[in-house]
Design a protein around this ligand. Structure first.
Ligand code: GCU
Length: 432
């Protein structure tokens, strides 16, 4: 028996990433009674002890502090624009009769001429035909590439590194013909376009392949002072920061496209990409609606609740998503000067929607709701109603005014039900 111990230990240290997270899912705590009492860090008290009592004091004094705390302790700091320099957008394809004539589809290549080591990202943009006016737009990254989002067979197949898929359509970390349309149920393009909205998306792996060493091939290495950064310091950006950067570059492009109403952009993401959309929305005020779909730990879920995934699990499985400091809060959440109600509050006074799924206990649906609820004091400063209810609502009962929330039937995913709520929410807030 003794002989087996070192071997087992080796296995457990080698196990990181998806496999580690999946193994933890079975043993995580799912019992409310076992959550220890916790105190959330103060939202409306600034570092010098001043109590924040007006919208102006929030915007001028406390909000920048909270944003800086997320940079220092969670996601790291996005480099300044001077770091990446010029951004070039090149429209590489236009199909005016896409989706049977419903939409115009464009591809736009985004590159950084001063950083040729980075291969660039490709935006796929669908705008509705025949409306006669610029369309408000959903902006979100995809897990599988543009060819996976779109059902159209002429969308170029991404040649970039991809995570293996359970149904084996990724071979040697590359997409295959069988990958086409694989993510289209999460992107009901026709439904969105018929409601008069545009959709802009990109493959998150264009910015950085999603594995612990992925940064070496991605934007973060290309922008680092040596061009090959090897040791990430506390406060340096992680992959989520880099993926969020990609979303902001899409916003840059959309501001130049006459088919899009770039004053009405909704940023959206699912799961790790929901963490990304929250961080993109916190940093970039051009996203005037922010949507987090099942973003869970590291996203909307309160980190102080030991329910489902924890800080210890996520920082061990996916250390590359965050700045190194975040790992120091594994099992020591009380020491972290932020919790996720503060991430939601960074959206204020803009509308934000948090969505949970009842079979997605790993993401802690109640913790996701509570973040929205506890962001209310900041929405109050702006005279805005947030979720509008004191308790998590029942299944399939969407709530909320400026902070939308639902707990839907089913598992960790994005389904039409989610989009129906997002379309209503965005239409209401965009005055359409
Ligand atoms: C894992 C991880 C989650 C993440 C999810 C996803 O389950 O533990 O934090 O949200 O992957 O992105 O699919």
């Amino acid at each position: 028996m003794q002989l087996h111990f070192p071997a087992l230990l080796m296995c457990s240290t080698l196990l990181i990433g998806e496999d580690f997270a999946e193994a933890q899912q079975r043993t995580a705590n799912y019992d409310e009674a076992k959550i220890a009492a916790y105190t959330l860090p103060p939202l409306l008290q600034s570092a010098d002890g001043t109590s924040i009592q007006t919208a102006e004091a929030w915007s001028q004094k406390r909000r920048p502090e909270v944003l800086a705390l997320f940079e220092q302790h969670v996601f790291g700091k996005t480099p300044a624009p001077s770091t990446w320099g010029k951004v070039v957008f090149k429209v590489t394809g236009i199909q005016k009769e896409a989706l049977g004539g419903l939409a115009t589809r464009k591809f736009i290549q985004v590159t950084l001429p001063e950083h040729p080591n980075w291969q660039g990202l490709e935006i796929m943009l669908y705008t509705p035909n025949g409306s006669g006016r610029p369309a408000p737009c959903f902006v979100g990254p995809s897990f599988g590439g543009n060819h996976a989002v779109s059902p159209e067979p002429d969308v170029p197949l991404s040649t970039r590194w991809m995570r293996p898929s359970k149904d084996k359509h990724i071979v040697d970390n590359r997409a295959t013909e069988a990958s086409r349309g694989n993510e289209s149920s999460r992107w009901p393009l026709e439904m969105i376009l018929r409601e008069g909205f545009a959709v802009a998306t990109y493959y998150y792996g264009d910015v950085e392949p999603d594995h612990a060493e992925g940064w070496k091939e991605g934007l973060r290495a290309a922008l680092s002072p040596q061009g090959t950064h090897t040791v990430w310091q506390n406060g340096d950006w992680g992959a989520i920061g880099a993926w969020a950067w990609g979303l902001s570059r899409i916003a840059d492009y959309l501001e130049t496209d006459a088919d899009v109403d770039a004053k009405h952009l909704a940023v959206i993401g699912h799961s790790r990409l929901g963490k990304t959309s929250l961080w993109a929305g916190a940093q970039d005020s051009r996203f005037d609606v922010i949507i987090s779909n099942n973003s869970g730990e590291g996203g909307a879920a309160l980190m102080r609740r030991n329910f489902g995934e924890t800080t210890a699990i996520i920082t061990k499985a996916f250390p590359h998503w965050f700045t190194p400091t975040y790992t120091t809060y594994a099992g020591n959440e009380a020491a972290c000067p932020i919790d996720k109600h503060m991430l939601i509050a960074l959206a204020a006074p803009r509308p934000i929607y948090i969505a949970s799924a009842v079979e997605d206990q790993w993401a802690d649906p109640k913790g996701e709701f509570l973040s929205g609820l506890h962001a209310q004091p900041v929405y109050d400063l702006f005279g805005k109603k947030g979720v509008g209810v004191p308790e998590q609502p029942g299944i399939d009962q969407p709530v909320g005014d400026t902070v939308g929330y639902h707990l839907r039937t089913g598992k960790h995913d994005v389904i039409d039900y989610d989009w129906q709520q997002y379309l209503k929410f965005a239409a209401r807030h965009f005055g359409r």
